[in-house]
Design a binder for this molecule. Structure first.
Ligand code: PLP
Length: 361
C-alpha cells in the first residue's frame, strides 16, 4: 500500500479526521439507501441544521438550506434576490465568477475591483442605490486575501437598503461571523469542513425570503426547485425539494457535531496558531513570501505564497514525495504561487512538519 498523503490543498482538502469512522457507520447503517421522505432522513437533516446553528451561532430568523455547491448558491441568490442589479467586491477568481453569473443571468453587475492579492478599500465605497445586493467574498481562496469582518460591519451600516451576501466558503466555521451583519452567508463543505464535495450550505434571513416572494409576485422567474420559497417549504419538514446528497448531509451532521464538541473557540485558536507558524516561515524564507502584502488582509485559512526564486513545482514536487500535498497557484498564478490550506483537520504537528520541510527547500 502506498503512503497515505496529507492534503493541504485549499479544496477539496484533507477530510476531517473523524470522517472515515462516520462514513463506515453510514455504510453499516445503509444511509445511502434510505428514503429522503422518511423519518430517518428528517432526523439527519435536523441534526445537520442544529449542529450548524450551534457551531456557528446562527441566530433565529436565519434559515439553513442545502444545495449542490456554492456555485449553485451564486446562481440561486441572483435569481431569488436580484431583479436588475447587483454589486460585487472583486479581488480574484471566485469573486469575479459570482459577478459573471449575475451577468449570465441578464442582471447588471457593477464591480468595485482591485488587483489580486488586495482587498477593496471600503472607505468611501460607493454603491449605486439601484443595486439590490452587495456581494462580498470574505475569503478569496484564489489569492489568499481576506476581507476583515470589521469591513463587512461598516458596509452593513452604510448600506442598509441592500441585501448583503457573504461568501465564506473557505473560512466558515473559522471566522466568527455575526450573522446580523449579513442577509445571507454560504459555503460548501469540501473546504474547512473537510468533507467530500457536492454539498452547499446556504444561510438566509427573512429579508432574502421577502425579496424572493416579491420578485415572484411581480411575475419574475426565481428559478424552480431550488428557489427560496420551495427550499423553505421543504426545510420546514426537514426535507429538501429534490433527492439530495443524503450521505453528504449525514457526514456534515456528524462532523459539525464533532466540531461543536471540540469547541469552535479551540478550533479558532488552533487555526490562528498554525497560520502564524506558516506566515512566520514565509516571512523568513529566502525563496518564498506571502502573496498578500498587507498583513490585515492575509487569510488565516487559505495561505498563498509567492515563489520569488524558481517555480511552484520546486516546492510542490518534493513535498508530494514526502506525502504532503499543497496546492498550485490559481489560474494564471499556477507556476508562481503555492497555496496552503489551514483547515480544522490539519493538526499542529502536520503543519509543523510541512513548515520544517519547506524550510529546507
Ligand atoms: C471553492 C469556492 C467556491 C466554489 O465552491 P464550489 O463548491 O466549487 O461551488 C466559491 N467561493 C469560494 C471563495 C471558494 O473558495
Amino acid at each position: 500500500m502506498s503512503l497515505k498523503k496529507i492534503y493541504f490543498t485549499p479544496g477539496p482538502s484533507q477530510t476531517y479526521f473523524t470522517m472515515d469512522s462516520h462514513l463506515k457507520k453510514a455504510l453499516d447503517d445503509q444511509v445511502p439507501s434510505i428514503s429522503h421522505r422518511g423519518a430517518a432522513f428528517q432526523k439527519i437533516f435536523q441534526e445537520a441544521v442544529e449542529n450548524l446553528k450551534g457551531l456557528m451561532g446562527i441566530p433565529s430568523g436565519y434559515q439553513v438550506f442545502f444545495t449542490s455547491s456554492a456555485t449553485e448558491i451564486w446562481e440561486r441568490s441572483i435569481q431569488n434576490c436580484v431583479e436588475r442589479e447587483s454589486f460585487h467586491l472583486v479581488n480574484g477568481a471566485f469573486s469575479a465568477r459570482f459577478a459573471k453569473i449575475a451577468s449570465n443571468l441578464g442582471r447588471k453587475a457593477t464591480l468595485a475591483q482591485v488587483p489580486e492579492g488586495q482587498c477593496v478599500d471600503i472607505n468611501g465605497l460607493l454603491v449605486p442605490e439601484s443595486c439590490e445586493l452587495i456581494a462580498i467574498t470574505q475569503n478569496e481562496t484564489s489569492t489568499g486575501a481576506a476581507q476583515p469582518l470589521a469591513d463587512v460591519a461598516v458596509i452593513r451600516e452604510a448600506f442598509q437598503d441592500q441585501l448583503i451576501a457573504l461568501d465564506v466558503v473557505s473560512s466558515l466555521p473559522y471566522i466568527d461571523l455575526d450573522f446580523h451583519q449579513v442577509d445571507m452567508a454560504y459555503c460548501s463543505v469540501q473546504k474547512c469542513f473537510g468533507l467530500p464535495a457536492g454539498l452547499g450550505i446556504w444561510i438566509v434571513n427573512e429579508r432574502c425570503m421577502e425579496k424572493a416572494r416579491a420578485l415572484l409576485n411581480k411575475g419574475q422567474s426565481i428559478g424552480s426547485y431550488h428557489c427560496l420559497p420551495e427550499l423553505a417549504d421543504k426545510a420546514a419538514k426537514h426535507q429538501t425539494p429534490e433527492t439530495p446528497n443524503v450521505l453528504g448531509i449525514y457526514l456534515l451532521a456528524k462532523v459539525a457535531g464533532d466540531m461543536l464538541a471540540k469547541g469552535v473557540t479551540q478550533i479558532r485558536r488552533e487555526t490562528d496558531y498554525k497560520a502564524a507558524v506558516i506566515y512566520n516561515l514565509l516571512q523568513k524564507h529566502p525563496k518564498l513570501s506571502p502573496f498578500v502584502d498587507q498583513e490585515k488582509y492575509r487569510s488565516k485559512t487559505t495561505i498563498v505564497a509567492r515563489v520569488d526564486y524558481g517555480e511552484a513545482r520546486d516546492f510542490i514536487d518534493p513535498l508530494e514525495q514526502k506525502g504532503l500535498v499543497v496546492g498550485t497557484g490559481y489560474g494564471s498564478f499556477k507556476r508562481e504561487h503555492i497555496r496552503i490550506a489551514n483547515f480544522p483537520t490539519h493538526s499542529k504537528e502536520q503543519t509543523e512538519m510541512l513548515v520544517d520541510l519547506l524550510e529546507d527547500l
